[in-house]
Write a protein that binds this ligand. Structure first.
Ligand code: NDP
Length: 333
């Protein structure tokens, strides 16, 4: 698969370039708003072409797929242009700033018959798959509740648009709550119905929230509780799923790396649960390549990206208005 990168970003540098290459992908171009930054990025990562013109990148017939990792407000126009040019698209989360825009992206991909995926990496991890399998196998009985904590410390090199640029899609809710919404949907196999929430600026946010807590009602009657923050250096991360016959404790699993531990607790005692420790982003790319080859769907589809955004938007709306909000998923199927 021949890829072009749209966005000279940290996530591309730290994870995605390596993941694409490890899965046999070739990166033929990089585009940035700054031609100079694109050129430097291309030199640093051994890419043959660079530039600042999206049309030029999309006119390259060698390019089969585009990975978009720009700031969030740019995802919509860049994805629509790529799809119009006949390229498959892997887009970073959140897909867009509004539900309407995210739906438009998925519709454009459907119309063009192209693969359009969301880079929700957590559902690609061995740990989350193991938790999901435990739930599906009935080991904990009927799920009563899920508690998820994903309050981390935003490293200084990422303390830019995420904490001070609402127009670029800053804030912890578009950044992390979207991931957590995808995790809950993936683990429980159902979509939150309504949410209540609070949000705060607790030290980093300038005009956007840097912390959020919310409680979600699931169709099954289970309750989900979610905590996200940019300001917690030592909180660790994890999730717990509690059922009528057992509980699952997954520690340090809300992460970009294949780390953490899982313990199952039932009437029989405590049992460590092993899981596969493959690279999360390589798995995302592997599934994308497979989907383009006509075998199945990407790990997280465009619809998954629409739904995770819908939950995050409901959380922000609920926190802003101080009322319970029904999640609006739009009319995609
Ligand atoms: P960065 O801030 O590193 O990059 C975002 C954009 O900022 C780049 O595309 C680039 O724009 C611009 N930029 C980068 N460096 C500079 C600079 N020195 N001066 C001016 N502009 C610069 O963001 P991230 O990599 O953290 O996030 C990018 C996207 O990826 C977001 O949508 C985010 O939500 C998502 N993300 C997803 C993760 C996941 O696990 N799925 C993890 C982390 C992020 P240009 O296009 O002009 O090159």
């Amino acid at each position: 698969m021949r890829w072009a990168l749209v966005g000279a970003s940290t996530i591309a540098r730290q994870y995605m370039i390596g993941a694409i290459r490890a899965q046999g992908g070739e990166i033929v171009r990089i585009m940035s708003a700054s031609a100079e930054r694109a050129r430097d990025f291309a030199a640093e990562h051994r890419m043959p072409a660079s530039g600042s013109d999206l049309a030029e990148l999309l006119a390259d017939n060698d390019v089969e797929a585009v990975y978009i990792s720009t700031t969030n407000e740019k995802h919509l126009p860049q994805a629509l242009a790529a799809l119009t040019a006949g390229k498959h698209v892997l887009c970073e989360k959140p897909l867009a700033l509004t539900l309407k825009d995210a739906v438009a992206m998925v519709r454009a991909a459907q119309k063009a018959g192209l693969v359009f995926a969301t880079n929700h990496h957590l559902r690609c991890s061995g740990s989350h798959r193991a938790v999901r399998a435990l739930i599906a196998s009935g080991r904990i009985g009927r799920v009563l509740s899920l508690r998820l904590h994903h309050a981390v410390f935003l490293p200084p090199h990422l303390q830019g648009w995420r904490i001070n640029a609402p127009d670029s899609g800053g804030g912890v809710i578009p950044d992390i709550t979207v991931h957590d919404a995808d995790v809950v949907r993936f683990l429980l196999g159902e979509d939150p119905v309504s949410v209540v929430a609070q949000m705060a600026s607790s030290g980093l946010g300038e005009g956007v929230e840097d912390s959020a807590m919310s409680v979600w009602t699931m169709p099954s009657g289970a309750m989900a509780m979610s905590h996200e923050s940019f300001t917690h250096p030592f909180a660790g991360s994890g999730l717990e799923v509690h059922g009528t016959h057992g509980s699952i404790f997954a520690r340090d699993v809300m992460t970009q790396n294949p780390i953490g531990s899982i313990e199952l607790v039932t009437a029989s005692g405590r049992e460590p649960i092993g899981f596969d420790r493959h690279d999360l982003y390589q798995e995302s790319i592997r599934r994308f390549h497979t989907a383009v080859a006509g075998n199945g769907e990407p790990a997280a589809t465009g619809l998954d990206g629409v739904k995770s955004l819908a939950v995050a938007l409901a959380v922000r709306d609920a926190a802003a208005r101080g009322v319970r909000i029904d999640v609006n998923y739009g009319d995609l199927h």
